[in-house]
Write a protein that binds this ligand. Structure first.
Ligand code: IPM
Ligand code: MN
Length: 377
């Protein structure tokens, strides 16, 4: 067991962010009760609601705390009506700002369907996809593409005439995220559910866009260094239907920023909805983990949303820390948490409203915490 202590900076943020982070901390505490717990969590305020109160999205100390932390755990940001004077999303400093400032270039979004989870399609709760056919990781480039801050408006006499967003694909940006995808594919034990192949699928629009053509060339160049990993290709439009109709084909998927944003929300439907979707924003020196669902203003303060995505984010964080610091105890804790979440989902004990259930956010947290305590170390 390592004697190190990892500093985790938690940024609960807006809306339901604080509610799910509270449950995330609850399961961390449960893990600590009978296993190594070399972490301490410090919370910092920030986000859109904080901006409305103070005129600042976050304090300078929070940015420096995040920079010196071993890992960051983000809740969610965004609040209706809260925007910066230039029109940008208030609270964006915690998400987009951190991605840029800490150079978190790979947005890693696992899409795995656990037994017991149902899909809401229309008004019905159904089992549509088989758990054994959905187990992929989508890697989204996280620092450039259409999110490059090279945008603006041309105004004439206060009237907007033109609005421009510039999509930038760089050699370095493409290469490092693609390499991340191949390295991950090398490490994943099982490969694609369909055939066990270790496969990386490049999702782009290279039949039209120059940046995508460059992204795909880079994919082929980097991919040649990984002869045991199959290179697979999909245009993003076709990909959306293949993803839904044959998810078992996919192992690791890599795409550019905006396309990755869109396809990961679609993919979340395969894992039961946004209540299950977690992401890691990962760079060479820093990492930030988050539930992807956002602040859900409609549900804020109602103790209703599904905290599973936050448990998955906590699990990713422990695993990332464990791998980075060769700390087997942390990896065991991540495994315990994963088993506890899987058990709770399998017996339907923690079904929140999005699953057609009535369990509250804190009730789901209590049940997963109990399952964690029941897990052997
Ligand atoms: C996400 C979110 C963010 C994004 C928003 C909140 C800026 O949609 O993490 O996918 O667009 O990247
Ligand atoms: Mn998104």
């Amino acid at each position: 067991m390592s004697s190190a202590s990892y500093r985790i900076v938690a940024l609960p943020g807006d809306g339901t962010g604080p509610e799910v982070i509270r449950e995330g901390r609850k399961v961390l505490d449960a893990l600590a009760e009978n296993g190594p717990a070399p972490w301490r969590v410090e919370e910092h305020p920030g986000g859109a609601q904080y901006y409305q109160k103070t005129g600042r999205e976050l304090e300078p100390e929070t940015l420096s705390a995040a920079k010196s932390a071993d890992a960051i755990l983000l809740g969610a940001v965004g609040w209706p009506g809260a925007s910066l004077p230039n029109g940008d999303l208030a609270g964006g400093a915690l998400v987009l700002g951190m991605r840029q400032n800490l150079d978190l270039y790979a947005n890693v979004r696992p899409c795995k369907l656990y037994p017991g989870v149902v899909h809401r399609i229309g008004k019905a709760y159904q089992k549509v996809w088989a758990p054994e056919s959905v187990d992929m990781v989508i890697i989204r480039e996280n620092t450039e593409g259409l999110y490059t801050p090279a945008r603006g408006r041309l105004r004439r006499a206060e009237e907007t005439e033109v609005a421009i967003d510039t999509r930038v694909i760089t050699r370095k940006g493409a290469e490092r995220v693609i390499r991340y995808a191949f390295e991950l594919a090398r490490k994943r034990p099982r490969g694609a559910p369909e055939d066990g192949a270790h496969r990386v699928t490049c999702v782009d629009k290279s039949n039209v866009l120059e940046g995508c053509r460059f992204f795909r060339e880079t994919f082929d160049r980097v991919g040649q260094e990984y002869p045991n990993i199959e290179r697979d290709y999909a245009y993003v439009d076709a990909f959306t239907q293949w993803l839904v109709r044959q998810p078992e084909h996919y192992d690791v998927v890599v795409s550019t920023n905006m396309m990755g944003d869109i396809i990961t929300d679609l993919a979340s439907a395969l894992q039961g909805g946004m209540g299950f979707a977690a992401g890691g924003n990962i760079g060479d020196a820093h990492a930030m983990f988050e539930p992807v669902h956002g602040s859900s203003p409609k549900y804020a303060g109602k103790n209703q949303v599904n905290p599973t995505a936050t448990f998955a984010a906590v699990e990713m964080m422990l695993r990332w820390l464990g791998e980075r610091h060769s700390d087997a105890g942390l990896i065991q804790q991540a495994d315990r948490l994963d088993r506890a979440v899987a058990k709770t989902l399998a017996d339907g004990a923690a079904r929140t409203y999005d699953q057609g259930g009535t369990v509250t956010t804190s009730g789901a947290g209590d049940r997963v915490a109990a399952a964690v305590r029941a897990e052997p170390r």
